[in-house]
Ligand binder design. Structure first.
Ligand code: NAD
Ligand code: IPM
Ligand code: MN
Length: 354
């Protein structure tokens, strides 16, 4: 079998620290992989801006296209210069360039780990990843926001039937693999009658072709309230881009924090593992970051690429570490730094620790 070729892009802030941790985990899990792995590295973010004048140079996009999968670090996108000066959002550009239309964001409680949620839950937010309110669409297209006259700013929210159908199909396919077999469409069609109306009509049509899956619809504001009250009422949430962005952070926080939030950007031909959280500049370079999000994202990528044994090994080691206070990072009330936690995790994976 040919080798698995991954491209690792560190990103900004805590990116290099959590990427080093994820690559150490990948190394530890090599015996569980059905093939060799080759990891190529490239720069994005401020490091790339300094070296090339762009936060996501064209050769990096080409390398991502050529790879079997991408490991994408978080970026300090908010702090970038304007696009005319090379400050593009690397995750937005890659999502668009690689047609990564599904942002799959699981959130679950972990046995033994206290969480803000009132009861255990295990859900997935299936976020449409390419449309909606997103202004910085890609490096060639202009912004989706504009000022027709000074003092008035408009943002275009694009919803299409094709994109809604694709994400709905992905949500129902996922629900078929899950215990409750349930999909909830989250929307604001009471206000955005045309755009969310189209989204909802399209999801309904897909639901009709999956009669075995329980299907319901919840307005986004009520969905936020339901999530806090009882996240276990949801199994797969399918929603538009920005609602998915916000609700996935909420669900992750209910499960214990952003440091636990894995996510996969997936499309027909490509996939990129990317932690849900940002570059956490407040703790960057201090060995304080919890690398779990990116490591869970790596496990999702490996499963997506046909390596379930390696993914399961990573998840089991994470569960073992998260279950005990002495093998947790500071964001979870533990005493381990990024390095210490990664060492415990890799020891679990390789069997050096029970
Ligand atoms: P953030 O997710 O970076 O941080 C929010 C809070 O969570 C901070 O207190 C941070 O310390 C903490 N946190 C986040 N990840 C953590 C981890 N792995 N371990 C421990 N604590 C963690 O959000 P922000 O501060 O709003 O944004 C910072 C920068 O990241 C901005 O420039 C923003 O645009 C960017 N951002 C990037 C992505 C991405 O690349 N996917 C996602 C969100 C935000
Ligand atoms: C995410 C982030 C990005 C998004 C930002 C950095 C553009 O919040 O990946 O969730 O909104 O998609
Ligand atoms: Mn986000």
């Amino acid at each position: 079998m040919t080798a698995l070729r991954l491209l690792a892009l560190d990103g900004d802030g805590i990116g290099p620290e959590i990427m080093a941790a994820a690559l150490a985990v990948l190394d530890a899990v090599r015996p569980q992989l059905g093939r060799a792995v080759e990891v190529e590295r490239a720069k994005i973010g401020f490091a790339a801006l300094k070296a090339t004048g762009s936060t996501i140079p064209e050769p990096v996009i080409a390398a991502a296209r050529a790879a079997d999968g991408v490991l994408l670090g978080p970026v300090s996108h908010n702090a970038y210069p304007p696009r005319e000066e090379g400050g593009l959002n690397p995750s937005g550009v890659l999502r668009k360039a690689l047609d990564l239309y599904a942002n799959i964001r699981p959130a679950r409680t972990w046995p033994g780990l206290d969480a803000p949620a009132r009861r255990p839950f295990d859900l997935v937010v299936m976020r449409e990843n390419l449309e909606g309110f997103y202004a910085d669409r890609n490096m060639h297209q202009g912004s989706g926001e504009f000022m027709p006259v000074p003092g008035v700013a408009l943002a275009v929210r694009r919803i299409t039937e094709d994109a809604s159908r694709r994400i709905a199909e992905a949500a129902f396919a996922l629900a078929e693999t899950r215990p409750a077999q349930q999909v909830t469409a989250v929307h604001k069609a009471n206000v955005m009658r045309l755009s969310d109306g189209l989204f909802l009509d399209t999801v309904r049509a897909v639901a009709a072709t999956h009669p075995a899956i329980a299907y319901d619809e919840v307005l986004v504001d009520a969905a936020a309230a339901h999530l806090v009250r009882d996240p276990s009422r949801f199994e797969v949430i399918v929603t538009t881009n920005m609602f998915g962005d916000i609700l996935s952070d909420l669900a992750s926080e209910l499960a214990g924090g952003l440091g636990l939030a894995g996510s996969l950007n997936a499309g027909p031909d490509h996939a990129a593992a990317q932690a849900q959280h940002g570059s956490a500049p407040d703790i960057a370079g201090r060995d304080r970051a919890n690398p779990t999000s990116l490591i869970l994202s790596l496990a999702m990528l490996l499963r997506h690429l046909g390596e379930p044994a390696a993914a399961a090994r990573i998840e089991a080691a994470l569960a073992a570490c998260l279950a005990r206070p002495e093998t947790r990072t500071a964001d979870l009330g533990g005493r381990l730094g990024t390095h210490g936690f990664t060492a415990k995790l890799t020891a679990h994976i390789t069997g050096a620790m029970p």
